[in-house]
Ligand binder design. Sequence first.
Ligand code: HEC
Length: 125
Amino acid sequence: MKAETAISCLVLLLGLAGLACSPAAEPPAQESEIVHQGRQIFQSDACPTCHGRDRTGTNNGPSLQGLRSRWNEEDLIRFLRDPSVFKHADPRLKQLAERFKTTMPSPARTDEARLRTLANYLLQD
Ligand code: HEC
């Protein structure tokens, strides 16, 4: 093997090793405090069971990415407090609900501050 080829192989291997070792799904370092807390609520309230740890969705629930284009903070808080009301009022949500056998439950606690923190996490991107 030529020296050049050997070196490119080594570089490639080191690159792959680097990829394998980089932490997956670590929260970004610049995440704000409220988004960080919202992420913890999201995980502790079993939202990932249906929406996935990274919010890309599962067979039990839709992806929650890009919510900012569909929700403002106040509406999202109202939805989280009582998802069933919205499902009846909003045709898009009704259609979405029909795609899944599961039903979106209310979070474990529905006090304003907690829902706002959760909404901030959901609306981060
Ligand atoms: C049992 C499964 C399940 C769990 C647990 C669950 N969801 Fe859902 N979620 C759904 C389904 C199904 C929908 C589709 C609409 C509906 O059924 O009301 C949905 C819809 C949503 C939507 C609206 C999506 C859109 O496109 O506008 C948001 C936001 C949401 N869920 C957030 C959450 C959060 C936050 C939690 C945790 C507190 C959670 N969900 C827990 C099943 C679930």
